[in-house]
Ligand binder design. Structure first.
Ligand code: AMP
Length: 492
């Protein structure tokens, strides 16, 4: 499980990670099922992947850099991952190095047995906890936030692994959906606000008499392995699955849930269902709201594929304007975001999208995308659409302006790089080069999600990236630069 393989740069003590997690209990071909589940969750992380299985006696693990398909196509790799219990993880990070020792699931051998854990989210006090733990003699093997869980469990004075885990969870702040595997249990849990998703599903059991269980970040992974959806793991809930069945614990004070609204807007796969809502239907409704809020005199509605497609369909439908695939996406290029330099990011956009000149030339075009972050994608797309002969370009965005960084597990650049943090909509329109620009309002977004609006005192989502309202303390958020400086100081 060890052996470092550095791909770029120095280290990876970074704020932002997006990830997918998956786990099974009492399921035949657990490793293969987990690989398939992770494949369905590939959009949540493309940088590295790992699976840990348990055969009733021993743990087995495989971790690798790159895509799920590249890591598990060798039948021997899957065959060596023996057992009917498994957890897996897809990792996505965009800056710093990728070290194989940072690839999850992380594994530790405690006095009470083995413990493997995969984490989606970000701990907002990991830096402070790491410092305290290091002073107490804990030796960190990786630079991921998630290793904090392992050390907190190790030093806990409680007897059982579940009590130790609860003890650890009570000390961390931030967003987490975890899957963990011990010698005797599969565990799944969500942070008290339920910022990141985690769901429970069922499959036929390997032993014939008991059911098989599945934990996954999204329902699309259940569909891929033909598992039945049971329910969302609730915010603040810990589910422990063993041979006697499912045990649910709610050890935290009850909070209003604050599920991440950006999962709906961009991050989740459109065929997933979150909190009972079809992600695809929500995106379409956002497009409809956007058409009502910000109409445009135009001939065609064109999505920026793939992320803008459902919202553009909703916009076109509500506006009564023809929906056209005026931009074609090359699917054999990674997301522009995973390219490390600004220069390559620009190139990535051109590699990824092409204007469909026959559709666009001479038309007044409404372009629909899900978000403007740095503005790189939009500028390039607009330039391309104009070069293809568009008469007018009106850009409509299915999220409110991204004015703040996410500290809870969605990759966003530091605030200084967010276009909307320093420009009003008019200035952004000029910079991007469009005839008009409009974003969905916060109320419009909430209406698309079945709420009456974002009203004080009413249940809300985590929308910190648009509102700056951070529902969990951001203890470590003294900025990326400060973190890098302190990391360099620690390394010196
Ligand atoms: P930008 O070019 O920096 O303005 O990025 C905006 C584009 O990146 C949009 O087309 C989005 O679909 C996509 N995007 C937004 N947020 C993320 C994210 N967290 N990870 C990857 N891609 C993203």
């Amino acid at each position: 499980m060890t052996g470092d393989n550095v791909i770029n740069g120095l280290d990876d003590d970074k704020l932002h990670e997006e990830c997918g997690v998956f786990g099974v209990w009492n399921v035949a071909d657990a490793a293969a099922i987990t690989a398939l589940g992770l494949h369905a969750l590939q959009h949540r992380g493309q940088e590295a992947t790992g699976i840990v299985t348990h055969d009733g006696v021993r743990f087995h693990a495989h971790k690798g850099l790159g895509l799920v398909g590249d890591n598990y196509s060798d039948a021997k790799v899957i065959a060596d991952l023996q057992g009917a219990r498994a957890i897996g993880h897809n990792r996505y990070s965009t800056t710093g190095a990728t070290l194989l020792r940072n690839v999850q699931p992380l594994f530790a051998e405690f006095a009470f047995g083995g413990f493997a854990v995969g984490h989606n989210g970000n701990l907002t006090n990991a830096h402070s906890l790491k410092r305290t733990l290091s002073r107490r003699g804990c030796l960190f093997q990786s630079t991921t936030d998630s290793e904090v869980f392992v050390h907190l469990i190790a030093i806990s004075l409680y007897a059982t692994v579940l009590d130790r885990l609860i003890d650890a969870l009570k000390q961390v702040e931030g967003a987490y959906s975890l899957v963990a595997l011990t010698d005797t249990m599969l565990i799944g849990c969500r942070d008290p606000l339920g910022v990141r998703p985690l769901i429970l599903g069922r499959l036929s059991g390997a032993d014939g008499s008991n059911p098989g269980w599945v934990l996954a970040s999204e329902t699309c992974a259940l569909d891929t392995v033909s598992a039945e959806f049971v329910r969302d793991v609730e915010p603040g809930e810990i589910i422990a699955i063993d041979d006697r069945g499912i045990h649910s614990f709610k050890p935290f004070a009850v909070h209003e849930p604050r599920f991440c609204v950006f999962e709906y807007i961009y991050f989740a796969r459109p065929d997933s269902v979150m909190e009972g809502n079809s992600v695809y239907a929500v995106r379409k409704r956002i497009g409809q709201e956007l058409a009502h809020e910000s109409p445009a005199e135009a001939d065609i509605v064109v999505p920026v594929p793939d992320s803008g497609v459902p919202a553009a369909m909703g916009y076109a439908e509500a506006a009564g304007i023809a929906f056209e695939l005026g931009i074609v996406r090359n699917h054999y290029v990674g997301r522009t975001f995973i390219e490390p330099t600004d220069q390559i990011r620009h190139l990535g956009v051109r590699l990824k999208h092409s204007a469909n000149r026959a559709i666009i030339a001479g038309k007044r075009v409404v372009l629909v995308d899900d978000s403007i972050v740095r503005g790189t994608t939009s500028s390039k797309i607009v330039e391309m659409v104009r070069a293809a002969g568009a008469r007018e370009v009106h850009m409509r965005i299915s999220s409110p302006p991204t004015t703040h960084s996410c500290f809870y597990g969605i990759d966003t650049p530091e605030r200084s790089k967010l276009l909307a943090a320093h420009n009003d909509v008019e200035a952004m329109a000029r910079l991007i080069g469009v005839d008009s620009l409009a974003f969905i309002t916060m109320d419009g977004l909430y209406r698309a999600l079945g709420k009456s609006g974002r009203n004080p005192g009413q249940p809300a989502f985590c929308d910190a990236c648009f509102s700056g309202d951070y529902p969990i303390p951001v203890t470590d958020s003294h900025g990326v630069e400060a973190r890098q400086l302190s990391l360099l100081a620690e390394l010196a």
